[in-house]
Structures are given as structure tokens and as C-alpha cells.
Design a binder for this molecule. Structure first.
Ligand code: AMP
Length: 400
């Protein structure tokens, strides 16, 4: 049975919190290879942290939104705007360009969807394009759109890889006001002249730092070159790496910049390591953890598709209720695994970094880094899947 090691040994050159480290990265450096150093992964959560550190100025009732949208917001169960919603909704309603420095968990999706839906409702001939890095994120945004736009005569379509292209072509031809797309399939449909970016009066680039990490920077430049010059541009990214600066300049005009401290920072997460001395004991140590009562909803990260698949086979063999999302799974398989995990039909979800970024899953009790991520920022993204919405979570990192 593993024991928590509570040694506290932060060196002065090391990050003392995720936010601090990310701030450093924003100022232009990025660690490419993460050292196998336990002190990076041991940190006690701060109990009693308030969900929002910034003061909220508005209620949803204050915003000049059409009554149906207001009631959809209420039906969704949102009572108070998150900081980014508080600050972003009015400028977007006014048509301003915006740079939102915020990551998943901040409520940024609603921060752009709510005002864009209102604007589209008032100008039904206009259209919005939302470009996101992953298929899962696209589906998540579409689900949220459907809730907010219910009964407003506004329609959306999803343009993502791994799904039937002909159906997407048919949907685009019906001219929905909102298109949510991942870069690869979007480029494909542009090149086939199915979709014309000149038709879109507002464009959202979401999770831009991840799109750049995945290698979509040239595609983004290509998309921007095709956009109408008169447009509303919204740019969301947790950080602005130097590579993105140029893109940003060519994308937005006279933007308002909003930076929010993530509601779900690692401060809500108890972080610790699990030491293994030889590779053979790794799976059995993991097994010992997973059978414990408190490991109710566990997200396990591997680094490669191959590694994740191997662990998936092993844990399935051991009788765990488990799903996996990685690049070698079809979109249908990924979505089914994700839904079963969200609905508590399985206890464990295995994932690679790319497949899991931006995912919003409630009540994850534990994040386990079975393999180290490539960068510290990936580590922060991983552990941010637990300890969300004011709850406490635990992150355990295997090190040898
Ligand atoms: P996001 O950062 O957009 O992925 O949102 C993170 C989570 O917060 C999602 O589950 C949203 O449904 C939820 N959320 C966003 N805004 C609010 C709000 N104002 N009140 C309650 N929950 C919210």
C-alpha cells in the first residue's frame, strides 16, 4: 500500500504554484522536458480557497440580453457570472474584439457564447465561426450552445475530423448561424469550397496555445488570411507563447484584454508522488490505489497512445471498469468512453494529454500521472481536471 510522502522541499528556482510557473512561461520560456523531480509534484492543497478571487460586478440580469436567453441561462443553473463572464459579456455585446487569457474551468465558453448568441439573435443573417483544437471541445461547446440558444431559432453545426464528412457538408449547406470546427476538417472543407470564411462576421479562436502546441499555427494563419477584414474577433488562450504573438496581432483590432485567474487552479489539488523502484511494480502500485474506496472517479494520464492502450489492456484484464481516449480511437469510441466516465458508468478514464485538453468533467476525485507529461504546463492542465468548481481533488504522480 502506498503512503503519502509529505516532504516539502521546494527549491527557490522551482515553481511554488502552477499559476506562478505559467506566468513565467508567459514571459517567454517553456520547459520542454520535465525533470523527474518529486518536489515538482508534491504540494498540499489550500483548504477553504474561495472560488473567485476577483470581485464580480454584474449579475446576469444586468446584461442587456434578450429575455429568452436570460431564462436559458437560468435554466442552465447559472446564477452568478464567473469573472471572465463578468468582464467579457458587455464588450462582446458591443462588438469589441477581445483577448481572453483564461483556460478551461474559467467559464470562458459561456463568456463568449452568451453575447454572441444575443448578437446573432438580433442579426439573424450573421454567422459565427468557432475554431477549437479538439473534437471533444467542439462537442462540448455545441452542447453548451444548444442549452443557451434553445427556442431562439439559432442553429449550429460541428466540423470535426473522425466523423462523416458528407453529413457535415449537408449541414453546412443548411447555413447554420454557428459553426464549431477543428482546424484539419475546416481546412479540408475550405479547400473543397464548401465553407467560405468570408461569410462569418464573428470568429472565435479558442485554446490557441493548444492549437499551436498541436502544430496548427500555419492553419490558423491560413484561416485568418481568408477572414473578412470587417469582423469581430475573439481570442482565448491560457497563455500567449511568443509564437502566437504574430497571429494575435493579425487577428484582433483594438482589442480589450481580460485576464482571469483560473477558478480551478491547482490550489484546490493535493499533489503527491508515488515512488516506484522498478517498472514491474508500477501496475501493481496503481492497482493498489484504484481499489481504495476514495478513488471513485479517476483520470489516468499516459504520454503516448501506445502506452495508454497497453495500460488499458492491463487494467481491463485486472477487472477494472475503464475507458480510454487517445488518437488511435475513433471519435465514436472516444465520445462513448467520455460519456460513460462523465455518467459514472466507469470508474477510470485513461487519456493522453492532447485527447484530454479542455475537457470538463465533474467530480474527478483523482488525477494520476502514470507517465510524466512533457511540460510542467501539461502537468498543470492534467491536474486541473480535478479540484474543480471549488471542490478538493488529489493528483498523484508516478516517479521512479
Ligand atoms: P468552461 O471554462 O467554459 O469550460 O466552463 C467550466 C465549467 O463551469 C462548465 O461546466 C460550465 O458549465 C461551468 N460554468 C460556466 N459558467 C458558469 C456560471 N456562471 N455558473 C455556474 N457554472 C458555470
Amino acid at each position: 500500500m502506498y503512503k503519502y510522502n509529505r516532504s516539502r522541499s521546494y527549491g527557490s528556482s522551482r515553481p511554488t504554484s502552477g499559476g506562478h510557473f505559467q506566468g513565467q512561461r508567459r514571459n517567454n520560456f517553456r520547459i520542454r522536458s520535465l525533470p523527474n523531480d518529486p518536489s515538482l509534484f508534491i504540494r498540499k492543497s489550500i483548504q477553504g480557497l474561495t472560488a473567485y478571487e476577483q470581485t464580480i460586478q454584474h449579475s446576469f440580469a444586468d446584461f442587456n440580453l434578450t429575455p429568452r436567453l436570460k431564462s436559458n441561462i437560468t435554466n442552465k443553473g447559472y446564477t452568478t457570472p464567473t469573472p471572465i463572464q463578468d468582464q467579457a459579456i458587455n464588450p462582446i455585446l458591443e462588438g469589441r474584439d477581445l483577448i481572453g487569457l483564461a483556460s478551461t474551468g474559467s467559464g470562458k465558453t459561456a463568456a463568449f457564447l452568451i453575447p454572441l448568441i444575443n448578437n446573432l439573435y438580433l442579426n439573424q443573417h450573421q454567422k459565427t465561426l468557432i475554431i477549437v483544437p479538439t473534437r471533444e471541445l467542439a462537442l462540448q461547446i455545441r452542447d453548451e450552445f444548444k442549452c443557451f440558444a434553445e427556442g431562439m431559432n439559432l442553429y449550429s453545426c460541428i466540423i470535426i475530423g473522425g466523423a462523416n464528412i458528407n453529413r457535415q457538408v449537408q449541414e453546412i449547406r443548411r447555413s447554420p448561424q454557428v459553426v464549431i470546427a477543428t482546424p484539419g476538417r475546416l481546412k479540408d472543407l475550405i479547400q473543397r469550397h464548401i465553407i467560405n470564411l468570408k461569410d462569418y462576421s464573428s470568429i472565435v479562436l479558442d485554446e490557441v496555445d493548444l492549437m499551436v502546441d498541436i502544430g496548427f499555427i500555419n492553419d490558423i494563419r491560413f484561416f485568418i488570411s481568408l477572414m473578412p477584414s470587417s469582423r469581430q474577433s475573439l481570442f482565448f488562450s491560457a497563455t500567449i507563447p511568443s509564437k502566437v504573438q504574430g497571429v494575435l496581432q493579425s487577428f484582433v483590432q483594438d482589442p480589450i484584454t481580460i485576464s482571469v485567474k483560473n477558478q480551478d487552479t491547482s490550489e484546490n489539488v493535493d499533489q503527491d508522488v508515488v515512488r516506484v523502484t522498478n517498472p514491474a511494480e508500477k501496475v501493481s502500485k496503481l492497482h493498489d490505489l484504484l481499489v481504495q474506496e476514495e478513488f471513485k472517479k479517476v483520470l489516468i494520464f499516459g504520454r503516448t497512445k501506445h502506452g495508454v492502450e497497453k495500460l488499458y489492456q492491463e487494467l481491463t484484464f485486472r477487472g477494472f471498469k475503464i475507458g480510454a481516449i487517445h488518437g488511435n480511437k475513433s471519435q465514436g469510441q472516444r465520445q462513448r468512453a467520455l460519456d460513460s466516465f462523465k455518467n459514472d458508468e466507469i470508474q477510470i478514464l485513461l487519456a493522453t494529454d492532447v485527447a484530454s485538453r479542455g475537457l470538463d468533467i465533474d467530480n474527478v476525485t483523482h488525477v494520476i500521472n502514470y507517465e510524466l507529461p512533457e511540460t510542467y504546463e501539461d502537468y498543470i492542465h492534467r491536474i486541473g481536471r480535478t479540484g474543480r468548481a471549488g471542490k478538493m481533488g488529489t493528483a498523484l504522480t508516478f516517479i521512479s
